[in-house]
Design a binder for this molecule. Structure first.
Ligand SMILES: *[C@@H]1O[C@H](CO)[C@@H](O)[C@H](O)[C@H]1NC(C)=O
Ligand SMILES: *[C@@H]1O[C@H](CO)[C@@H](O)[C@H](O)[C@H]1NC(C)=O
Ligand SMILES: *[C@@H]1O[C@H](CO)[C@@H](O)[C@H](O)[C@H]1NC(C)=O
Ligand SMILES: *[C@@H]1O[C@H](CO)[C@@H](O)[C@H](O)[C@H]1NC(C)=O
Ligand SMILES: *[C@@H]1O[C@H](CO)[C@@H](O)[C@H](O)[C@H]1NC(C)=O
Ligand SMILES: *[C@@H]1O[C@H](CO)[C@@H](O)[C@H](O)[C@H]1NC(C)=O
Length: 367
């Protein structure tokens, strides 16, 4: 049994998708009508990841910590189940994205920076914490994971040691992956199953890390793929994103699925003209909260110390007087809880699909 497992893995090692496809979408426009319009970036913007950005354009998951620091935004894995992520609420409909980042170290830790659409088109950069010699590139069209020849790995200096520039340039004709100004890979429309598997619907930016080597939560095949079991005592494992330049190749307000059908063809995406609210939000000066979050750790502690005394006094007040307020608080808490449950369910679904063989781990690898 073990022998079968190992040989199956050896075979897979050559064929394996270098990245794992995302498997969840809230509303799949290929078989559902009325999926919501998507805000367009509609222009270009450089996001400085050492500043806190508007929650209206970058949303964070509640699983694991995402923090702004002087050298960028960190995605930290400290224990089993952590999977910190950040995704843009804006979408690009063809475009260019340059991500300046440093991958997380740690056996079994997977770092990723991807573009993904609501019908599961996907373009990926992915890194294994224990692989200090290669970066992985991959793509998926309409969530089709039935073959494992799309992923390609490229040799590079340890992605966990330094910041590098990972650029995706995506048009209707071709996708290019650039590393530090050098083109590693180009995929032409026709090469992706005559275009059928070619990513071509509006995508947002998704960043994050997770522990494929978390033996408590993953099947042995997944742990093996991720480079082995994660020893959380050796953590925390930190991925850092310093900057992202994003350019939308359409000028638009939103993208709509109104004309979409099961083909998923880009010609059926409706471009709604107008001023982009995302771009406007990005260009706005940051609020007070943002400025505090951009301060150094020491400054934050100092401020927190001062604030704490005040908060203690205030909280007595609130406890006594403001029952109504507390009810609202409970409601907010329930909403956060619901969001956390939803995210946990998404992660479970993702792992189940992996375990079920959607990624090439079928059968033999269950020791
Ligand atoms: C739409 O397709 C997805 C992916 O194949 C599937 O998971 C989902 O259940 C389908 N939804 C409906 C309403 O058919
Ligand atoms: C980015 O957008 C600005 C206008 O907002 C424009 O002046 C500039 O040329 C654009 N840069 C690129 C590389 O497209
Ligand atoms: C953010 O990084 C830039 C360099 O990329 C640096 O000049 C700036 O001081 C940093 N900002 C903060 C708040 O650390
Ligand atoms: C890193 O990935 C490359 C490409 O798949 C592979 O040849 C190499 O053995 C890997 N190294 C480690 C330490 O896993
Ligand atoms: C998914 O991709 C495989 C391999 O490229 C192909 O044979 C299959 O027809 C595709 N499935 C769909 C539904 O397009
Ligand atoms: C990143 O690489 C792209 C592609 O080579 C280049 O156009 C861009 O200027 C680079 N960005 C930075 C910040 O170096």
């Amino acid at each position: 049994m073990l022998a079968i497992t190992l040989s199956a893995l050896a075979v897979l090692a050559g064929l394996l998708p270098t990245a794992l496809a995302q498997t969840h979408t809230d509303c799949n426009p290929l078989n559902t009508t009325g999926c919501p319009d998507m805000p367009a970036l509609g222009g270009n913007y450089t996001f400085d990841f050492n500043k806190t950005m508007s929650e209206k354009i970058w949303t964070e998951s509640n699983q694991g910590s995402v923090d702004r620091r002087d050298d960028g935004t960190t995605f930290t894995i400290e224990g089993s189940g952590d999977a910190p992520t950040l995704k843009s609420t804006f979408y690009l409909f063809f475009g260019r994205v340059s991500i300046i980042m440093k991958a997380a170290n740690g056996q079994g830790i997977v770092s990723s920076a991807i573009l993904q659409s609501e019908c599961l088109d996907e373009i990926d950069w992915e890194f294994l914490g224990s692989n200090t010699t290669h970066v992985m590139t991959n793509y998926f069209g309409k969530g089709n994971t039935t073959d494992y020849t799309r992923g390609k790995e490229f040799a590079m200096a340890a992605p966990q040691e330094d910041f590098h520039n990972y650029t995706l340039d995506w048009t209707a004709e071709r996708i290019q992956w650039w590393l530090d100004g050098k083109m590693l890979r180009e995929l032409k429309y026709g090469e992706a199953l005559g275009g059928k598997n070619y990513p071509q619907t509006p995508m947002n930016i998704r960043l994050g890390s997770w522990s494929g080597g978390d033996v408590k939560n993953n099947d042995p095949g997944v742990v093996e793929w991720a480079g082995g079991a994660t020893d959380f005592k050796k953590g925390p494992f930190v991925m850092t994103v310093r900057e992202i330049y994003a350019e939308d190749y359409h000028t638009a307000k939103t993208y709509s699925w109104a004309n979409m059908d099961a083909t998923g063809d880009w010609q059926k995406v409706k471009v709604v003209e107008g001023k982009s609210e995302s771009l406007e939000e990005a260009q706005k000066p940051h609020g007070v909260k943002n400025r505090i979050m951009a301060l150094s750790q020491t400054a934050k502690i100092a401020i927190a110390g001062g604030v704490l005394g005040f908060v203690l006094i205030l909280s007595c007040f609130i406890t006594i007087c403001c029952v109504k307020q507390r009810r609202a608080g409970r409601k907010e808490f329930a909403e956060i809880q619901a969001q956390e449950d939803k995210e946990a369910a998404e992660l479970r679904e993702y792992k189940n699909k992996m375990a079920a063989g959607h990624f090439g781990y079928a059968g033999g690898n269950r020791v």
